[in-house]
Design a protein. Structure first.
Length: 298
């Protein structure tokens, strides 16, 4: 038995030397924190983990020789996904092929699909539209609205609003909505920066100022845990919007909710039963023309 232990320990040490891990003594053995990429459990031997080294070679290590941190990581990666998790992770892996339609046609059809109550098909059309015109921000904007307003998946919404802003840095609605989703995902410093940019693009944005006031209110109640520096920056920006831009103060006693901006930049009524459809409804031709003539207009 002593020989077996010695052989096992020597073997584990050899693996450790190859992978350059950090060793922690546990009883008679040492557990090894393996510094390599976990690939999978060995087929037919679920007590053996396969790791890939930097040179793409692979080694096999018994779970008993791994640190608790290694084992917890492996357990998390090997945990079976629920049907809902699989469906959610599949959403953005789907790569629908382009069919020759223009980006504008695909976005319009996606909006029709939303009206029919099928956001999954709508997202597929929007993926095609995003690829069909990589200079347009509209498809990613609408996709982000579906995630944020329809599904309240703010992490996905951040990704698509950020892409919309990357494609069109002057899209005030996308910048303002990105700030809002960053509040929801606790990226407070980045949210303040995007609020600032949104006000530069749209200095009459009352809804933007109201959203900042609600964020300050959430920080005061402890629902948003901001650092002192971030909260001070947000407060300075809110005060500037009131003093320099002559925007109205938020009534702290009113029942208010964070306000998204829809396609075309219209602030949305958060109490609307058709909020998602309101958000993706293209602006009327007259409103679009007026907006084009007034770059800083609502």
């Amino acid at each position: 038995m002593g020989t077996a232990k010695s052989t096992f320990l020597s073997w584990a040490i050899a693996i450790a030397v190859i992978l350059q891990p950090f060793a922690v003594a546990v009883g008679e053995f040492q557990q090894w924190d393996v510094a390599a990429k976990f690939v999978a459990l060995k087929p037919g031997q679920p007590d053996v983990a396969i790791f890939e080294l930097a040179d793409a070679s692979r080694v096999e290590v018994p779970l008993a020789a791994l640190s608790d941190a290694n084992r917890k990581t492996i357990e998390g990666l090997e945990k079976p996904q629920s049907a809902a998790e699989k469906a959610a992770s599949q959403d953005d892996r789907d790569e629908p092929e382009a069919d020759g339609s223009s980006a504008a046609e695909l976005v319009a059809h996606a909006i029709d699909l939303l009206k029919l109550g099928n956001p999954q098909l709508a997202k597929q059309e929007l993926q095609k539209a995003s690829k069909a015109d990589t200079a347009s921000s509209e498809a990613d904007f609408v996709t982000a609205i579906i995630y944020a307003v329809g599904a309240r998946n703010y992490e996905k919404a951040v990704d698509h609003f950020a892409e919309a802003v990357r494609r069109d840095p002057a899209n005030a609605a996308a910048v303002a909505n990105l700030a809002l989703c960053e509040l929801h995902t606790k990226q407070y410093s980045s949210a303040v920066g995007h609020f600032r940019r949104a006000l530069e693009l749209k200095p009459d944005g009352q809804a933007i100022a109201d959203n900042m006031a609600l964020a300050i209110q959430a920080a005061g109640s402890g629902r948003a845990r901001m650092t002192e520096r971030v909260l001070a920056d947000l407060n300075d920006l809110y005060r500037k919007s009131l003093v320099e831009l002559k925007l109205s103060r938020l009534d702290p006693g009113a029942s208010r909710a964070l306000v998204f901006h829809g396609l075309g930049g219209r602030p949305l009524d958060p109490q609307s039963p058709t909020l998602l459809l309101d958000a993706v409804q293209p602006p009327a031709p007259a409103a679009a023309a007026a907006s084009a003539q007034t770059p800083n207009g609502p």
